[in-house]
Design a protein. Structure first.
Length: 190
């Protein structure tokens, strides 16, 4: 496992090289989008319209930030369960999305699309949204304002801590992690 300090501009080049359990401190532009916003993005794509942000090289954070307290650009901003976006992720990856940030396991079609496109799925620490917001320097609603916390937002990350959960080589922390733990336990190492 390695540690990287990367920008979102560097990520398309580095994503295929990252491996599960690698730690990444990510800086740069990231977009929030959850299931309601994904549904609307797909409707735009089906109508031949442009999505609210450029997909090529994009990083999407599955989060619905709370309103900002006075003096901060954003409120609590922890990850939501990624599986709700599984119906949409393969096509978005095929259209150029580079990375997703969330929590929890992903369906096989998502994993296949990550491998096929040289992408990466990061997990952020669940339950630590109030701490995570310290690594977000700006927040701007860019689409679907009527969705409230689920609107699409443009965030600027600064050294946001992530762990590689599914990599472009087919590694999956949710499959390999428990197996490694059980093997270690069986061998008397746990």
């Amino acid at each position: 496992m390695a540690t990287y300090h990367l920008t979102t501009r560097q990520l398309p080049e580095f994503a295929p090289k990252l491996r599960i359990l690698d730690r990444v401190f990510l800086s740069g532009t990231v977009y929030t989008s959850r299931d309601a916003a994904h549904k609307r993005i797909f409707a735009l794509l089906e109508e031949g319209k442009e999505p609210p942000f450029p997909l090529k090289g994009s990083v999407v954070y599955y989060a619905g930030p709370t309103p900002e307290p006075e003096g901060l650009p954003i409120g609590s901003c922890g990850p939501t369960t990624s599986g709700r976006m599984d119906p949409y992720a393969p096509k978005l990856l095929d259209l150029g999305m580079c990375a997703m940030v969330g929590k929890g396991e992903r369906a096989q079609p998502v994993k296949d699309a990550i491998v096929r496109n040289g992408g990466v799925y990061f997990c952020a620490i669940g339950g630590a949204g109030a701490l995570a917001c310290r690594c977000i320097k700006s927040c701007e609603v860019i689409a679907f304002e009527d969705l409230g916390c689920e609107s699409v937002k443009k965030l600027e990350f600064e050294e946001f801590p992530l762990i590689v959960a599914i990599d472009a080589a087919g590694g999956d922390i949710f499959e390999q992690g428990p197996k490694a733990y059980l093997e270690q336990k069986k061998a008397g190492g746990a």
